[in-house]
Design a protein around this ligand. Structure first.
Ligand SMILES: Nc1ncnc2c1ncn2[C@@H]1O[C@H](COP(=O)(O)OP(=O)(O)OP(=O)(O)O)[C@@H](O)[C@H]1O
Length: 258
């Protein structure tokens, strides 16, 4: 059984068909990249999977269960977490707090236990902290020690991106949807994040779907590449086959001339 299955999805905005008959399966442990020219429908696809938009037609199946119609927080609880192209962190909260928050829905203690700081609550709090540190440690020492307690607004853009990825992992998700994980990163940072995403899969056990414009990252990391153009899936397969596919070349060159 695939972990995620999209069956004949459609989504229009007014007269614009943003997603048209897109089907896709993602197996557990895979890294799948979604590429395509600007406006091809990549972010819309993420928004459909995560319940931000509802499909006009088609089904989204996660672990054998139909999840269309669920709100974004319910989708997260089912085990799908995402990051955003334009980051969505609580910038006035610290790095650690940003990675603790997504775990609160799993707390067994009620608010009173939290206020009274009962032993059971303190134990849960310690557990959440352990999870947060484990996720942040994927990125090496740079988000640890004094950084843990800095508000996000003082961080570099690359560190904010890393914090957002740690936050997505801390939700307890199995499937991570990463929207342009290397955006705003320099070539060295991009190379590093490529290796770290692979470790999310190899050491963290996550399945990953990413949207990315940087082809070196896509080529290096993907088990499978899916190409969208004007909302349709125009190619799917190995990176090398896909980038040499005349339909894909045409889609990219065609857009550049616009
Ligand atoms: N909420 C919305 N209302 C109206 N149109 C939308 C909405 N969201 C997306 N679109 C349109 O749907 C199409 C697909 O957009 P989408 O953002 O999914 O593309 P994309 O492949 O992620 O592009 P990019 O690479 O530039 O981020 C675009 O034409 C966009 O203008």
């Amino acid at each position: 059984m695939p972990l995620l299955e999209l069956r004949n999805l459609y989504k229009a905005f007014g007269g614009l068909q943003a997603i048209s008959n897109v089907s896709l399966t993602v197996n557990e442990g895979e890294i799948v990249s979604i590429i395509g020219p600007n406006g091809a429908g990549k972010s819309t696809l993420f928004n459909l999977i995560t319940g931000v938009y509802q499909p006009d037609r088609g089904d989204i199946i996660f672990e054998g269960e139909r999840i269309n119609g669920l709100t974004p927080d319910k989708v997260t609880r089912k085990g799908i977490a995402r990051t955003f192209q334009n980051l969505r962190l609580f910038t006035h909260l610290t790095v650690l707090e940003n990675v603790l928050i997504p775990q609160h829905h799993r707390l067994k203690s009620g608010w009173l236990a939290a206020v009274l700081r009962t032993p059971a609550y303190l134990k849960e709090e310690e557990e959440m902290r352990k999870v947060a540190l484990e996720k942040l440690s994927f990125f090496g020492p740079r988000l640890m020690s004094f950084r843990l307690h800095q508000p996000v607004y003082v961080l570099s853009y690359a560190n904010r991106r890393r914090t957002e990825m740690a936050r997505a992992m801390a939700t307890g998700a199995k499937l991570l949807l990463l929207d342009e994980p290397s955006a705003g990163m320099n070539p060295k940072e991009t190379k590093e994040i490529t290796q770290i995403i692979r470790r999310f899969r190899d050491e963290g056990g996550y399945t990953i779907v990413l949207v990315e414009h940087k082809m070196n990252l896509v080529g290096e990391i993907s088990d499978r590449v899916v190409v969208l153009d004007y909302g349709e899936k125009i190619a799917e397969g190995d990176y090398k086959d896909v980038v040499n596919d005349p339909k894909v070349i045409e889609a990219y060159l065609g857009r550049r001339e616009e």
